[in-house]
Design a protein around this ligand. Sequence first.
Ligand code: ZN
Ligand code: ZN
Ligand code: FE
Length: 765
Amino acid sequence: MDQQAGLRVTVKGIVQGVGFRPFVYKLAQRLSLRGWVRNTNEGVELEANGDEAALQTFLDALRQEAPPLAHIDEITVTRRSPNGHVSFEIKESQVGASGFQPISPDLATCPDCLRELFDPADRHFRYPFVNCTHCGPRFTIIRDLPYDRPLTTMAGFGMCAQCASEFQEPSNRRYHAQPVSCPICGPQIWLVQGEEVVKDQEESLRRVRRLVAEGQIVAIKGLGGFHLACDARNPNAVAMLRRRKARPDKPLGLMLADVEAILRYCEASQAELAELQSARRPILLLRPRPDCGIAQEVAPRQNLLGVMLPYTPLHYLLLEKADGIPDGWVMTSGNRSEEPILTDNATAQTQLGQLAAAFLMHNRPIEAGMDDSVVRVDAQTGKLAPVRRARGYAPGPVHLAWSAAPTLAAGAEQKSTFCLARKNYAFVSQHIGDLSNFETLQAYEHSIAHNERLFRVQPELIAHDLHPDYLSTRYALRRAERQGIATLAVQHHHAHIAACMAEHGLPANSLVIGFAFDGTGYGTDGAIWGGEVLLAGYREYLRAYHLNYMPMPGGDLAVKQTWRLALAWLNLLGIEAEPALGTAQVTPEMLRGARRQLATGLNAPLSSSMGRLFDSVAALAGLRTAVSYEGQAAIELENCSDPDEGTGYAFEVGEGSFSAEGVIRGLLADRAAKVSLGRIAARFHNGVADLVLELAENVRRRDGLETVVLSGGVWQNMTLLAATRARLEAAKFQLYTHHQVPANDGGISLGQAAVAHHVLNGRGA
Ligand code: ZN
Ligand code: ZN
Ligand code: FE
């Protein structure tokens, strides 16, 4: 026999609930190693005895052959003398009080489980909750660590003998799959239609399918909450859903039956298809084929459709192919406008009772509400650009280039997320919603408590937005006072830039040229910022340039009634308003009121917002003079923009600020000359891209900085992003944009955590 040796190995990362221990077990068997493996609450720990060559192969294979859903961050190996193990075994979990580790996001049904779902000979045949070590619910069902069944929402389901034996057999792919269940012992579905309750599974499924085919709306409880579903090809059904949900324009997500359906309705690149089919199963924004058959009402005046594939066994059963059953369903979050996704059967019935003809329920509780994620694939780079980060991605951590003290970053207000940082992990929460009502605030606080428990974070510092009235700021200050925790206010646009720096792991002493272009953020002078060029490090920033302030007559009203912004421009340029603003929505009285606000400055707050400039341009170009959700005008402006080059409208750059006066004059002249809307839009986009290049060049000349960071909601505009990237790269700037967290306010919490860490460290130094 060769020389015997021993190793103690710890593995950190996402290594629990993904089949890691059975993998180690089988690998050890194959290499005739002896020892043990166990979960700890920092990851996985193991001891292996055997000959040198086998141990080396073992270590190589740990990384190279790891299960597909495992994500290894770190492997630590120490030598130990072999200590007489005679076999290899899987030991019970060891629980410490303060250890912590990343938790796997929820994962789409794997090919093996899918095969069983449709195999009449299998005991999981047509079982809507079939899952295994490689797939199924994770984060949404975990109440506390360690990840063992009693601490999940599966606690109430005792395993039948067969499930239990699969659960205990190391060579089975259900070995220690905590949510494992079958028709005998697991969760069940049923249908509630009016007073009637249908308990039979197949009858429930048939009814839902028939109702949807008939143009009705059905509420369906899924993985992270309720969806509202209807036939995506039926304009009346979609229009009815919009009316009942009070959501006139915002695009609705679709679930298409399979890849074939995706390609029939939409165009998709290889990279896009790969992401759609990944275990994350996001909603991807794709270009629909002309006259593809999806109702216009799904995404009015948009040139992209948000589509996803089925991701739970229940979805596969619902969208199973059959004559007369639509292969494209609207699947939009089951909630009232802007409120969090509903997760509880009774609450859903009360709140959605008027919206849905029937409810498809199940009895597996949802611990963490989770929306579907929305992402785009950047056509230039093939990389992801998240728009809404939730199911499949959260709570996957962002890896930090430093080791953070336990920190809570409270986030912003719209598209709210929070972030818990600890050591070199930043756990950015799933998308929670607009923190403007009681329900969202409750979901936010519940979610913070859940994540602090799971990731064992007791914040020593709470970072928050500078805006005193954000509910997240109030939460942060209230809690900090109650618990005697230090706080730090972080300026909104500084947080945007720091978020992008952090996700790229830029070093502590980095200085960048940050273009923070967005809708709204509280400035240090009390004005509403949003067209900001910052010389930024993590710790500090200098406001190098900003868009000249414009009044917003009517304050918040002007965010939706964008004609008010247009009026402010016309007023500034001394142009008669009526012809340009000729619209039925604006009465002479409203116009008089807005003029008075402009003249007196009362209720006309000042703003340097780039988002508001997009709104103004859309209004003055004749595209629309009101919006029903923020960003709508900018999205439509991007959609109608001609791809061919038009000379950009020129901004005028001054000392520390830049003016859009020339841009507005240029577009009004074009409009008077009957230039097409598409060309006006293209010239505007190019003008903004030219501006970014000019300002970046100025800063480089003056301060020698070469690195440009783009963040803020405006950068979700792929047309603008592409034009800007082309110019900056041609001029040899180093460019960073968002791939892990959204460029919109969903990324703010990460930036706050990054700033907090460096400010804290700066104080210590
Ligand atoms: Zn599976
Ligand atoms: Zn069972
Ligand atoms: Fe923002």
